[in-house]
Write a protein that binds this ligand. Structure first.
Ligand code: AMP
Ligand code: MG
Length: 408
């Protein structure tokens, strides 16, 4: 019998076979969640000019420097009132002040801004009750962004912060990596699709939707090929429709039963193929190869197995194609709350519920862990990664957890 393949080894083979896609230009908001395909070089300083950090009065620091400001306020002549979006037309001279708004350019001659709360207007003068250090309440030109600097590097995933920065830099379109197109096919005579009338003895094709959703979450574009009957010709015909996508993901038919044809079909189509019995649970035999240069995965049919193997093997490939440079979920340590035992031949991924209690991350399983129990995935916000060699866990043990969703 073929030995078990460690997951890490399979992941390395998949990632080595995976090429990052090319670039495309998209509008700023369409770039959210995508990966930047160019270095963003600042074409201007930000702030573009010295500007006020407060609503207040622009003054010469020498004029307000004094020790007993509260009892003996300085009194300056207000020579101009600059509204938002306007620029002062005058320069601040000795004994003078200009009223300005937050963000307004600092007028010529002024070296300090006194915030309005520390002043009192009297007619066309203003009393200053507090000394402010030289340069106080002034944001300097270029203190945020310097013209010519690389502000966001190629390979950065674009979040709201990057979107705001791109807007500051007047980049309404950016180059991002293309989204991988992933063709999804379910196989099995027992399956019926959502849009079909089906008999009670049929099983609804849920894998296609779970997998397509996971593709979408990883930034890919799912293409639903539907269901193929358990006949080599039927599987081949459906695969032909998927070969103009970047990746093919099949589920079902990878075991060695009479109606399992995925492996044979991959071989017939010329796939350089890896047929793995992965050393993980859940996770059955799994086929991976390239058909006409396209990555092709044959995942196990059991719903949980297909989701967990997608998570560990297909998702990293989809992320890499889309330009990402790290492919794992966030990993944390948490305190296990239950008893658990297993053999030492496989790494287990238990579906878990991660919580934070009194500042401590704790994790328990979702209950039944059978590979057909899809509710275990529905309840889970994490996968508890129990290494091959671990035989038993008891309450209080520290475990490694892959975070799938949620805030902690
Ligand atoms: P297989 O790997 O083809 O032997 O499938 C194993 C089991 O997974 C089947 O008996 C079905 O119960 C289930 N299964 C296979 N494909 C799907 C699917 N597309 N949606 C839901 N369940 C499936
Ligand atoms: Mg089957």
């Amino acid at each position: 019998m073929q030995g078990l393949t460690p997951l890490k080894e399979a992941q390395n083979i998949v990632l080595e076979a995976t090429q990052t896609l090319g670039l495309e230009k998209v509008g700023l908001l369409d770039a959210i969640g995508r990966v930047l395909g160019e270095d963003i070089i600042a074409s201007r300083d930000n702030p573009p000019w010295d500007n006020s950090a407060m609503d207040g009065f622009a003054v010469r620091w020498e004029d307000i420097k004094q020790e007993h400001a509260i009892t003996k306020p300085v009194e300056l002549t207000v020579i101009e009132d600059v509204q938002a979006g306007k620029v002062a037309t005058k320069a601040v001279g000795p004994g003078q002040a200009i009223r300005i708004m937050t963000g307004a350019p600092v007028p010529q001659g002024a070296t300090t801004v006194v915030k309005v709360e520390e002043t009192e207007p009297v007619g066309d003068t203003v009393r200053i009750f507090k000394e402010v250090e030289r340069g106080g309440n002034i944001r300097l030109q270029g203190e945020d962004v310097k013209k010519g600097d690389c502000i966001i590097a190629k390979g950065t995933p674009i979040r709201s912060a990057e979107a705001g920065m791109l807007a500051i830099l007047a980049k309404s379109f950016v180059l991002v990596y293309q989204r991988p197109r992933v063709a999804v096919l379910s196989t099995g005579d027992e399956l019926a699709d959502l849009d079909e009338r089906f008999d009670e003895d049929k099983i609804i094709n849920s894998n296609s939707y779970g997998i397509a959703a996971a593709v979408q979450e990883a930034g890919g574009i799912p293409i639903l090929l539907g269901i193929a009957k358990d006949q080599p010709a039927a599987v081949k015909e459906k695969i032909a429709h998927g070969l103009n996508a970047d990746v093919l993901v099949l589920s079902g038919g990878v075991s060695l039963g009479e109606s399992d044809f995925t492996k044979a079909v991959f071989k017939d189509l010329g796939a350089e193929m890896n047929f793995w019995k992965l050393a993980i649970r859940p996770g059955q035999p799994l086929v991976f190869g390239k058909i006409q240069g396209k990555l092709a995965f044959g995942l196990p049919g059991n719903s949980v197995s297909s989701m967990v193997t997608f998570e560990q093997l297909v998702r990293p490939a989809v992320l890499k194609m889309g330009g990402h440079r790290s492919y794992g979920r966030p990993v944390v340590k948490a305190v296990f709350q239950e008893k658990f035992s297993k053999g030492t031949d496989r790494r287990h991924f238990l579906r878990g519920i991660l919580t934070r209690e009194d500042g401590v991350l704790k994790v328990r399983t979702t209950g039944g862990q059978g590979s057909g129990i899809l509710t275990s995935m529905v309840k889970a916000n994490c996968l508890i990664d129990v290494p091959e060699e671990v035989e038993r866990l008891t309450p209080g043990d520290t475990v490694t957890v892959q975070v799938l969703s949620g805030q902690f």
